[in-house]
Design a protein around this ligand. Structure first.
Ligand code: G6P
Length: 612
């Protein structure tokens, strides 16, 4: 995982590097560090904790270095300590590298390097790279730049795994080298300076000219030139792309947390997403109706929250289009044998468009010859560039690690896709389509009503926030919402929270119920209302406190034993997940706040998981 940034130009590099790291902190925030070249020596500064801790440490540093590389870490190998923080140095402290990814054969390489006399300072997989490079460069006495490029190509053949690297060497004080294999790395090109970064957010303030590296490219940045080499050291041609510079700086709008701001934005983000679909519904997902008509299977793939969106959409596609649909965890899809199916539409759902497991699953689906569509929130992201077509949700930047507005926008998009498949294969007629779209268009207003009712949800949070264990029950389309609500709560409160299909509790989970266990029952007045009442009564009989997430109709039929109720607008059952989750996001937020958690950057997590 991790974020990397490199700067070379005429100005002091530290501010550029720190700004870049702050934009990349969503990729991990266990530690941060940077390495500069000054007077032909490497200057290394690193600190455990967030980028702010590094910035504090740097406040006393006086430097005029115009070249540096920097890193914000999500720990994979070795605890978040100063030693394990990046950049890492070779034994002679002449080479510094930062790394995003995982080196799978690092143990074998480390053993060999130790036998050759290299001294390791960290527990990381990364450190083998810098010692390998040291080994390659040990006898070089001239043509430093050329030999450095050749050496990087040699170590690219020795390393196994996925990685993006930035490298500086004190003997080549006017260049930064970057290379990548299955991990993102791009170049930001400007008139008198150049950048490397894991994504454009790290340099978009300064330049919109971007060069994407291919796997095995070796790029050489000078302050006023860029060169790319292939794996055989031959210089290669590259394209510069102009990206949309209009990426708003994300601010909290005066609120305490991005998460709250993002929850409250949902009436607008869902509406903007729906409007963007309706602009050209038949072609919104890039595949024309004739092609969709022939689809015989749908595969929905994602991780975390995006996977929960996939689970909901499975119900929709089977209901509206009658097409067999599977929802898959990207991390599982890659490592199992897949039965080859004809006419499969594979849909990849990812807020960031960078999740390594989802990227890997997408590559596998493409090899199987499936039509691929991505639903992403970030322009120019890796997934959006690989998929045959991408629909972009219109959420704007989602900063809080726990995903909220991206989820509801994914749901709105998948609902529209389900309608489109049903329309194409004639499971739905024009009247059905119009009715469903109209119902979807009413959703933003009902989300707004939930947000206006935040005080009562906060009141329920105040009643339960000292509990350490929570259960969420749902059925049918709201079973995945039980899973997502539990995920939200555990991500930001660190409490135990489990979501179950309500029909399953009697097969085991009911054993967990103790006196006063809070059990959230998602029960609109729909086809499973009575079943949800049964499940609720079964847990009440064993001492649980049931909190109902219901609609106005359901509230009227509610049993007196269920005192705590979050009441949302009446809406068709199939659309209720988009509303229910908003209420439960607010509940999770307030429990976390009352417990004093670090809501936007919860411990151990990262927003974009770029390692498998
Ligand atoms: C991480 C984030 C989750 C997110 C998941 C998938 O685990 O913490 O919030 O749901 O990755 O991310 P993606 O960007 O692919 O939607």
């Amino acid at each position: 995982m991790c974020g990397i940034v490199g700067y070379i130009g005429n100005n002091n590099s530290v501010d550029y590097l720190l700004n870049g790291l702050k934009s990349l902190e969503y990729r991990g925030y266990d530690s941060a560090g940077l390495a500069l070249i000054e007077n032909n020596r490497i200057n290394l500064i690193k600190s455990v904790g967030k980028v702010q801790a590094l910035e504090d440490k740097l406040s006393n540093l006086s430097t005029s270095s115009t070249i540096g590389i920097a890193h914000t870490r999500w720990a994979t190998h070795g605890k978040p300590t100063d030693e394990n923080s990046h950049p890492h140095l070779d034994c002679k402290k002449e080479i510094a590298i930062v790394h995003n990814g995982i080196i799978e054969n690092y143990l074998t390489l480390k053993k060999e390097l130790i036998e050759k006399g290299h001294i390791f300072k960290s527990e990381t997989d990364t450190e083998v790279i810098v010692h390998l490079l040291e080994e390659e460069l040990s006898n070089i006495t001239n043509n430093y730049e050329e030999n450095l490029i050749k050496s990087v190509n040699i170590i690219n053949k020795k390393l196994k795994g996925s990685y993006a690297l930035n490298i500086i060497w004190s003997k080549t004080p006017d260049i930064i080298i970057g290379t990548r294999i299955k991990a993102p790395l791009l170049i930001g090109a400007y008139d008198d300076c150049n950048f490397f970064a894991s994504d454009i957010s790290a340099f978009i303030k300064y330049t919109d000219q971007v060069i994407y590296l291919d796997d095995y490219d070796v790029a050489v940045l000078k302050k006023d030139s860029i060169k790319l080499y292939d794996a055989n050291n031959n210089e290669k041609y590259f394209n510069k792309i102009t990206v949309d510079k209009n990426v708003n700086e994300a601010t909290k709008n005066g609120l305490e947390h991005f998460m709250l701001k993002e929850i409250r934005e949902q009436p607008h983000t869902v509406m903007a997403t729906i409007e963007s679909i309706l602009e050209n519904i038949d072609n919104a997902f890039g595949i024309n109706l004739m092609d969709i008509k022939s689809v015989k299977n749908v595969l929905l793939i994602g991780c975390g929250t995006a996977y929960h969106a996939a689970l909901v959409a499975k119900y929709w596609i089977e209901e509206f289009a009658g097409v067999p649909t599977q929802a898959e965890l990207a991390s599982e899809y890659k490592y199992r044998k897949i039965a080859q199916t004809d006419e499969t539409l594979a849909v990849f759902i990812s807020q960031s468009g960078e999740t390594a497991d989802t990227v890997a699953a997408l590559e596998k689906a493409k090899l199987s010859g499936f039509k691929t569509v991505a639903i992403c929130n970030v322009y120019s992201s890796t997934i959006s560039r690989i998929a045959d077509y991408t629909f972009f949700t219109k959420c704007g930047p989602e900063i809080s690690v726990a995903s909220t507005k991206a989820f509801t926008a994914q749901l709105a998009s998948l609902f529209a896709l389900s309608i489109l498949i049903g329309k194409a294969n004639k499971s739905l007629d024009d009247k059905d389509v119009i009715k469903l779209i109209r119902e979807l268009s009413l959703i933003p207003k009902s989300i707004e009503n939930i947000i206006n009712d935040e005080k009562s949800i906060e009141g329920i949070a105040k009643k339960y926030y000292t509990e350490k264990s929570y259960i969420f029950l749902g059925r049918n389309v709201n079973y995945p919402i039980a899973l997502e609500a539990a995920l939200k709560l555990k991500e930001i409160t660190y409490f135990q929270a489990e979501g179950f299909a309500a029909g399953e509790i009697k097969h085991g989970p009911i054993a967990m119920i103790e006196e006063n266990t809070p059990v959230f029952s998602i029960m609109g007045y729909d086809s499973v209302y009575d079943k949800m009442l049964n499940a609720s009564q079964e847990v009440i009989a064993r001492g649980a406190n049931v909190i109902a997430i219901t609609d106005k109709e359901g509230n009227q039929h509610m049993i007196a034993d269920i005192v705590d109720r979050i009441v949302i607008d009446n809406t068709p059952q199939y659309l209720s997940p988009i509303l229910n989750i908003v209420a439960l996001q607010l509940f999770a937020y307030h429990v976390a706040k009352l417990n004093g958690r670090e809501i936007d950057q919860p411990r151990n997590l990262a927003k974009s998981v770029t390692v498998e």
